[in-house]
Write a protein that binds this ligand. Structure first.
Ligand SMILES: [Zn+2]
Ligand SMILES: [Zn+2]
Length: 204
């Protein structure tokens, strides 16, 4: 069932602010949903694999309905602007990677420069003001750009990682809190959680 794609303003409301990162993620999600002719994922029909954990991921969660909590958003900590979307019925999958020459600094070198100052906390009030004004223009440029100029899209073999599973819970022998079997450790013959396990090994 195809539903309408949510607006960038709605995604910004979910994320908390408008930023270029959100715009990049918005474009990726929109492109993939159109390519897969798929609306928002109500119950795991779509799986997303994201290779960074920046602002754009909020747009992807919001538009596609793939979320960490539902287990159909898989985060791989590769630091890459790459997103794979897979249909649950294994009928299709697309992999999007951001094209070269599409960074904020490529759209406007001055915004890139100012960004370093603003986020490095060395910008004065005037520079901050200029940065946020210029950044608005960059966000609009990203949104107005044809998706195929922003992302390389290829259809790939749909390979779905294991579905979200339920695990047994155990009580940690050290802190007494409950820990899922999938994350429990054994230490001196007792079941412990990761923070307690790491505490034991600190310093050597
Ligand atoms: Zn953001
Ligand atoms: Zn513990």
């Amino acid at each position: 069932m195809t539903q309408s794609i949510k607006s960038f303003d709605e995604a910004a409301e979910f994320h908390g602010h408008k930023c270029p990162g959100l715009a990049y993620g918005y474009k990726a999600a929109e492109y993939a949903l159109k390519e897969l002719s798929h609306g928002r994922s109500e119950d795991e029909e779509l799986v997303a694999i994201v290779e960074n954990d920046a602002c754009g991921i909020d747009a992807i969660q919001f538009l596609t309905g793939c979320t960490i909590g539902k287990g159909n958003l898989i985060f791989r900590d590769y630091g890459k602007q790459v997103y794979t979307f897979i249909k649950r019925d294994n009928s299709d999958a697309v992999r999007l990677s951001q094209k070269e020459g599409t960074s904020m600094g490529d759209f406007d070198a001055r915004t890139g420069e100012l960004s370093e100052k603003v986020f490095g906390s060395s910008a004065n009030d005037e520079e901050r003001k200029e940065f946020f004004e210029r950044r608005k223009v960059v966000i609009q440029k990203i949104l107005d750009m044809p998706s195929e100029d922003l992302y390389r899209l290829e259809h790939v073999k749909p390979e779905i990682p294991e579905r979200a599973r339920l695990f047994k819970s155990y009580k940690c022998a050290k802190c007494g809190e409950t820990v899922s079997e999938s994350r429990a450790r054994v230490q001196n013959g007792e079941i412990v959680c990761i923070p307690c396990f790491e505490e034991y090994s600190r310093g050597w």
